[in-house]
Every structure is written in structure tokens, then in C-alpha cells.
Design a protein around this ligand. Structure first.
Ligand code: UD1
Length: 454
């Protein structure tokens, strides 16, 4: 294994998206990886620090580029961010929060979707907000209509400009009754981050209840918020006048944990995912068991390996507590090695199977049905939106030259290349640093054979 560059990164300076890897696959990944705080909580908790009157301390922050984007956007708004790179502790001091210059905000356009969550906190702190054009993974349209509709209900005035969105709250923000058309994670967080300091009570119906959202609620409660949840996806928020800073250790990244678990299954290896916990992964672990995987739950993490030949499964992605959409891409790599016909129904995003083209190029037998399959009873006909991938296995994979399309798809490409015999060149791997900390270090620790091509 040779590493030409890209091994070390400190917060804000992960490799560029143009990097490529030459991977020689066909050998099992074995060893230990440590997962830190969840990307899907940490970035939101960082935004929450804007709402406090004193500094917040967040532990277990991973070194990923989505964190860098949020950090930088906080800094242009006057939040002082100091970090301890060793243990991933961030101190976020909002004492000097101020409006940022348009050009400084614009520099963050297209980098991530998380800036949309600055709306409520900035409106509370400054009475106005400007949000750049959003980015994130190209996995469907990923609109923000639920966010904007909710903000309008709180009393915000929304103005769409070519370069972004300008918001103001001439009469302050007031609690609202909001019913989300779909339990969107981001829109639920938008409502939470806005309602905690809006005047009066907010009732949110059809809310998302992902573990990362429960952890954000815990953060906000530490700050002084009053939030309760009831059965059937109802969250009640009683607005308060002031919030203080918090100290919090982020929930572990269950998406990263599931990714390494699938890598162990795909390569017939054995990976101990330190920091992973059973409780938040019950649904995933059930699928691991059904597919013929084996896991050993320990005090400090979970060990994943095959328990015998892999078996086919049918899974359907869904909002929590269902099988998460971010888990299907790495799992599909493992399913190419399972004997028989697997089906993955994607019900959360419009377009999240693009990554399978590269797997087919490597020899996988995967057919994507853009309008879904009518086969079998549907557990959650929640949306009028469905794609299905049918995977026939096992198929040997052979190395190929492929290009990473998005975060989870990109990780899956790397795992497919590690499963394949021969050499692959995987372009654009920098995208993976949006959500996977120190990927090259971890692959190295697991015995992967690769070079970073720059
Ligand atoms: C978050 C996660 C992502 C995960 C997803 C679903 C972060 C940073 N990302 O993304 O990893 O895959 O939840 O668990 O936490 N939608 C609308 N209008 C809106 C908002 C969403 O139609 O205003 C649609 C989206 O297009 C998508 C679905 O709702 O089809 C789910 O999106 P959402 O739950 O909001 O995902 P994110 O918060 O963007």
C-alpha cells in the first residue's frame, strides 16, 4: 500500500473532490474502525449553537467536509469556532453574531444542503437571513418547499433571488401549527431550530423521528428549550425567550457504521466498528442477519462478518424506524455477492440508484426499475415515488475505471473496487470526505491495497 497524499486532514482541509484512487481488490477487509459523531447530528448541533447566549461545546465532531462548510458559514456570521483536532471537540462562541457579507455567504453555494437550517436561528438573532444556493448529493430534486412553507407559517417573509434566498421577520417569529406532507428530516430540524425561540407553542405533525433528531432535541433541551413528543410523529415546542450554550457528545454515525458493516460482508472480511451501538441500528442488524451476516454486539462497538454464504433479501428504504436510504448503497455491493435475487425498493429519494451503473460495469447483475416493481406487498406506500433495483448474485466483480457520483454511492464504489479482483481506478473520491472521516486511514488500517493518485 502506498499513500501518495491525502492521508492527513484537519478540519476544513480534507482532500479535493478530484482525487482518484487506484484500488487492487479481492482481499477481505479486516480490523477496527472508529466512528465518531453523526454527520447528520453534528452539523445541526453546530447550527443550534447560533441560538445560545453563551458558548457551546460539542464533542466527537468528525473531520468531514460537511462540518467544514458549516463551520465556515458560522464563522462568516461571527461565531468564533475553536477546535481540538485530537478528540474532535468544538467550542462555538456566538457572542459576536452578525450579518455576513453576501459574497462570503455566496462562497458556500452548492457545497451542502445544511445552510438551509441557518434560517430560523439567524432570523431570531439578526431579524434577517440570506441562504446561498444549496448543494448536497445529486440524488433527486431535493426541494426545500417544506422548509419555506414552515418558515412562512412562523411569520418569515421569504424572497427567492437568483443567488439564494433572503428571509426577514418584520414582526418576529410566532409558534405555528405545521403538518409536514412527509416526515422530512431537514424540515423537522428546521421547525425545531425555529420554534424553540418563537413566541408561543408550535405543534409539528408528521415529524421525522430519526435518532439524530432525538439527539438534536436533547441538545436544544440542554440549551433551555421545552420540547416534548407524542405518539404518531407529533412534536410540541414551547417557545422560550433565551437559550444558553450546551455541552454535548454527539450520537455515533450509524450511517458510517452500516457502511463498514456492509464492507465486511461484501469483502468477506471482519470489521469491528468501535462506537456503534445496537439500539439505533436494530433495523439494519435485522437485515444483516437475514442476509447471512453475523454480528457480535460488544460494550464498545459491534463486530461484523459473514456467518456463511450470503443470502438474498428484499428491503424497502423508509423514514425511521425503517431501513434508512443511506444504508442501501453499501448493502447493494454485498448483495452482488449473495446467492439469488435481491430487491431494494427506494421510497425516500427519487433517484438514488445511479451508482449501480458502475457496479454493472464491474460485472454485477443489477437492473433498476425507474418506476418501481409492483411485486409483493408494500409496507409503506408513503409516497408516489419509488424505484427498485433487482440484484442477481453472486457475480464476481472485476476492476474497472469508475467515477463517484455522490457521497453514499461513492463509498459503495470504493467497496465494490475492494471486492473486485484486479485493479480499479475510482475518480472523484473527494466527495466521500463529505461524510466519511479519514477514509484513507481507515481503509489502510483494514488492509486495503490502494494508491491515492491525486
Ligand atoms: C437527511 C440526511 C440524509 C438522509 C435523509 C433521509 C442530513 C444532513 N442528511 O437529508 O442523509 O438520507 O435525511 O433520512 O441529515 N423533501 C421535499 N421537500 C422538502 C424537503 C424534503 O420534497 O422541503 C423530500 C426530499 O426530496 C426527499 C425526502 O423529502 O425525497 C426526504 O428528504 P429529507 O428527509 O428532508 O432529507 P434531508 O434532510 O435532506
Amino acid at each position: 500500500m502506498t499513500l501518495l497524499n491525502g492521508l492527513a486532514s484537519t478540519y476544513g482541509r480534507t482532500g479535493g473532490s478530484g482525487e482518484a484512487l487506484a484500488i487492487r481488490g479481492g482481499r477481505p477487509l479486516r480490523g477496527r474502525v472508529d466512528v465518531k459523531g453523526a454527520k447528520n447530528l453534528v452539523t445541526k448541533a453546530m447550527v443550534a449553537a447560533l441560538l445560545g447566549e453563551s458558548p457551546s461545546i460539542l464533542h466527537d465532531v468528525p473531520d468531514i467536509s460537511d462540518v467544514s462548510v458549516v463551520r465556515s458559514l458560522l464563522e462568516v456570521h461571527g461565531v468564533r469556532v475553536t477546535t481540538n483536532d485530537e478528540d474532535g471537540t468544538f467550542v462555538l462562541d456566538p457572542a459576536d453574531v452578525a450579518s455576513a457579507h453576501m459574497e462570503e455567504i455566496d462562497a458556500h453555494a452548492g457545497a451542502s444542503r445544511i445552510p438551509i437550517l441557518f434560517c430560523g436561528p439567524l432570523l431570531h438573532q439578526l431579524g434577517q437571513a440570506f441562504i446561498p444556493d444549496l448543494g448536497g448529493c445529486r440524488i433527486g430534486d431535493r426541494p426545500i418547499d417544506f422548509h419555506l412553507d414552515a418558515l412562512r407559517k412562523f411569520g418569515a417573509v421569504v424572497e427567492k433571488l437568483p443567488s439564494g434566498i433572503r428571509l426577514s421577520a418584520p414582526n418576529g417569529l410566532r409558534g405555528a401549527n405545521i403538518h409536514l406532507p412527509y416526515p422530512s428530516v431537514g424540515a423537522t430540524e428546521q421547525v425545531l431550530l425555529t420554534a424553540v425561540r418563537a413566541a408561543g407553542v408550535t405543534e409539528l405533525r408528521n415529524a421525522a423521528i430519526e435518532p439524530e433528531i432525538m439527539d438534536l432535541i436533547a441538545v436544544l433541551q440542554k440549551m433551555g428549550a421545552i420540547i416534548s413528543y407524542e405518539p404518531n410523529r407529533v412534536i410540541l415546542i414551547e417557545g422560550v425567550d433565551r437559550l444558553a450554550g450546551y455541552e454535548h457528545r454527539a450520537i455515533f454515525d450509524r450511517n458510517e457504521a452500516a457502511s463498514w458493516a456492509s464492507a465486511a460482508l461484501a469483502t468477506d472480511g471482519e470489521i469491528f466498528v468501535a462506537g456503534a451501538r445496537q439500539q439505533e441500528m436494530l433495523t439494519f442488524l435485522n437485515v444483516v442477519r437475514k442476509v447471512g451476516g453475523d454480528f457480535d454486539i460488544r460494550e464498545d462497538g459491534i463486530l461484523f462478518r459473514r456467518g456463511g454464504p450470503l443470502r438474498p433479501v428484499t428491503v424497502e428504504t423508509d423514514v425511521h424506524p425503517g431501513f434508512m436510504t443511506d444504508w442501501q448503497q453499501p448493502l447493494i455491493v454485498a448483495l452482488t455477492q449473495a446467492g439469488g435475487r435481491s430487491i431494494v425498493h427506494e421510497t425516500v429519494y427519487e433517484n438514488r440508484f445511479g451508482f449501480t451503473q458502475a457496479l454493472v460495469k464491474m460485472g454485477a447483475d443489477i437492473v433498476v426499475h425507474p418506476h418501481g416493481l409492483q411485486e409483493g406487498p408494500r409496507r409503506v406506500p408513503r409516497r408516489n415515488l419509488e424505484q427498485a433495483a433487482v440484484i442477481n448474485g453472486p457475480t464476481p466483480l472485476t476492476g474497472a475505471e469508475i467515477t463517484v457520483p455522490d457521497l453514499r454511492g461513492g463509498y459503495s464504489h470504493v467497496i465494490a473496487a475492494l471486492t473486485a479482483t484486479g485493479e480499479s481506478v475510482v475518480h472523484n473520491v473527494g466527495i466521500i470526505s463529505r461524510g466519511y472521516e479519514k477514509l484513507f486511514d481507515k481503509l489502510n488500517a483494514l488492509g486495503a491495497d490502494f494508491d491515492v493518485l491525486g
